[in-house]
Design a protein around this ligand. Structure first.
Ligand code: DC
Length: 236
């Protein structure tokens, strides 16, 4: 017998850069039959828009121009035939481009802009309003869905995160240097944690998971136990 929570839960997975949030959140969504939403992809898409429209100089976004252009930025997600989720920027599939190093290096300064955040948060709330979702990001449990049913804060040692990210980029055929990846991860953590508007921080009611020495399957086991404890749900 499978007992599942009867309500459509909202599950927030926040945490540090490259801590494996999307792998974990995707696996949870698959197991529960929920929708997975990658909120970082939205900030990445806005960053790509800024790059492509000449709104970056000296590694900094032109705030005024970007704020003015916000109404022309339309982001949505689409599932491919193989089930993978792709990010669309104004109708164009940008899934690969938003993962490259140039976007990674500029996304934190872009996501520091208050108006950008407001627009993204509004969109995220719209996507999640019916529940039955797992959303990963930095401020999902604190700002986007402060009343989320389950809040997980994921972290791991910076070197572990950098190694994972480096491997991921290699697999995608994106050329880069390990030291650059580690530097980028540390820099993004620093900016994400110190910005004024909804900084990366653990919600008081979130559960911390350090996955430095855990496999994806061990993380899922941990999640099943958590679900069982909270909802007495048994999943077989
Ligand atoms: O999850 P990610 O590494 O793809 O996110 C990219 C950047 O987007 C991250 O460095 C900070 C920003 N971000 C954010 O500010 N708030 C979120 N909810 C998600 C991402």
């Amino acid at each position: 017998m499978t007992i599942t929570p009867d309500q459509q839960l909202i599950i927030a997975v926040d945490g540090h850069s490259s801590s494996g949030k999307s792998t974990f959140a995707r696996a949870i969504a698959r197991e529960l039959g929920y929708l997975y939403i990658d909120s970082g992809a939205m900030y990445r898409a806005v960053t790509l828009f800024a790059i492509e429209n000449g709104m970056i100089s000296n590694e900094e976004p032109d705030e005024g121009a970007l704020i003015e252009a916000l109404d022309r930025i339309h982001i949505r997600f689409e599932k491919n035939a193989d089930g993978t989720q792709h990010t669309l920027l104004n109708g164009r599939d940008v899934e690969k481009e938003i993962r490259d190093m140039q976007v990674s290096e500029l996304v934190s300064p872009v996501s520091r802009i208050r108006e950008v955040r407001r627009k993204m948060v509004e969109l995220q709330r719209k996507l999640g309003k019916k529940g039955g979702i797992v959303m990963d990001g930095r401020d999902i449990g604190t700002t986007v869905f402060p009343r989320a049913d389950i809040k997980i804060f994921l972290t791991s040692e910076p070197e572990t995160r950098a190694k994972r990210r480096y491997r991921e980029l290699q697999e995608k055929g994106i050329k880069t240097d390990y030291r650059n990846v580690l530097k980028n991860i540390n820099e993004r953590d620093r900016i994400d944690q110190s910005r004024e508007e909804s900084p990366l921080k653990m919600a008081p009611d979130a559960i911390l998971l350090d996955n430095s020495h855990m496999t994806p399957e061990e993380q899922m086991e941990w999640f099943r136990k958590l679900l069982k404890k909270k909802y007495h749900a048994d999943r077989h």
